[in-house]
Design a protein around this ligand. Structure first.
Ligand code: SF4
Length: 362
């Protein structure tokens, strides 16, 4: 029988499980705090539990399922982790230290079923959805690696569901992982420190809006017209721009005063970065009067992808056109490029010879 993954359980589920073993509820609280607050990765480390209970738990449960295969360290401090699941599938996570906060970019699927043509992960296809526990583990391991086991982070941590996979195609597990991580007796991540990035799964955008303590929304746009978006993001054939922006308009009703959601726009040289594209994009957003900001993301070139990044001056010209039309724009600084940790580069490459970065741990 497959062991029960304790990291995937909410406090109430853990209570139920512990009660079935004939143990009092405070044992469930100890175990939950051990896994999520102290970020212990095995039952052996939970020395506040009686030995007999640890032995009993060890017979039918497991705390960790992800195995660290490799860790890559960028010259800018970004760290990329390649894990393997219990069934040997790749999972990647990126830790990005910044001056005032850290960002952890986690994966929601192993591989991805969507076929965005500017993304390496797409080439893997979908291997499988990750469980809530596998999502939570990525964050715990990255924090332990950066600060030490259980050490509280000196800065805030932002979590971004922008690693491998389309998070909204694994919605239940994703939302459960966020609920587990939000528990005050655990990691205590506030949902408004979490951003979920979607390629445009329209029904889930509307569903997210109904969740009371929901994470932020980011939508990858990549093109201002259906014709171009169909080429870059085939999901557009299922949910074209009109439907996508109508869902975004509905989502807007759930925004707090002053809050905006985000559109991401990957900048591909000679493909979607002309002055005409910028004007089309501004007109599209203004026509729908969306309370959104745009993140311009310099593309991260990686073979065999057929694209090159837009030049700095092109990105600047694009930004100026958007700003002249009253669009809020940010240009994202690429991080971890030397270790292929950047957006769209998570391809779970198995061979370290393919990586230009500093391969730290085998
Ligand atoms: S960009 Fe995101 S949604 Fe598109 S193929 Fe890559 S991982 Fe999947």
């Amino acid at each position: 029988m497959k062991p029960l993954h304790l990291t995937a359980l909410l406090p109430a589920e853990l209570c139920e499980f512990v009660a079935a073993l004939g143990e009092p509820p405070f044992r469930a609280r100890q175990i939950f705090a051990g896994i999520h607050h102290r970020r212990l990765r095995s039952l052996d480390e939970m020395t506040d539990l009686p030995k007999e209970l640890r032995a009993k738990l060890g017979e039918r449960t497991v705390v960790s399922t992800l195995r660290l295969e490799s860790r890559f360290l960028s010259t800018d401090g970004t760290r990329r982790y390649l894990f393997k699941t219990h069934d040997n599938l790749p999972v990647e996570t990126v830790f990005i230290p910044e001056e005032h906060r850290d960002t952890i970019c986690f994966s929601s699927q192993s591989g991805c079923p969507l076929q965005c043509t500017f993304c390496l992960t797409a080439q893997l296809g979908l291997l499988r959805n990750l469980t809530a526990g596998e999502i939570v583990e990525q964050i715990a391991i990255a924090l332990n690696d950066a600060y030490g086991v259980g050490v509280r982070t000196p800065r805030g941590t932002n979590l971004v569901g922008m690693g491998a996979g389309e998070p909204f195609l694994n919605f239940e597990a994703l939302m459960k992982a966020i609920r587990i991580m939000s528990e005050p007796s655990g990691l205590h991540v506030v949902p408004n420190r979490v951003t979920i990035s979607t390629a445009g799964v329209v029904p889930r955008i509307r569903e997210l809006a109904t969740i009371p303590k929901r994470p932020h929304l980011a939508v990858s746009l990549a093109a201002p017209t259906d014709e171009l978006r169909n080429q870059l993001m085939p999901i557009n054939k299922k949910w074209p721009l009109k439907e996508l922006l109508s869902a975004c308009k509905d989502f807007e009703k759930s925004l707090k005063p002053g809050e905006r959601f985000t559109f991401e726009y990957v900048m591909l040289d000679g493909v979607n970065d002309s002055d005409v594209h910028a004007r089309q994009l501004a007109n599209l957003l203004n026509r729908h009067q969306l309370r959104a900001k745009i993140n311009l993301i310099p593309h991260n070139p990686a073979e065999p992808l057929p694209y090159q990044p837009s030049s700095g001056s092109r990105i600047e010209a694009f930004r100026e056109i958007l700003e002249s039309k009253d669009i809020h724009v940010f240009v994202r600084r690429p991080r971890g490029r030397d270790i292929l940790a950047a957006c769209g580069q998570l391809a779970a490459r198995e061979s370290s010879s393919l990586l230009r970065g500093n391969h730290v741990v085998g």
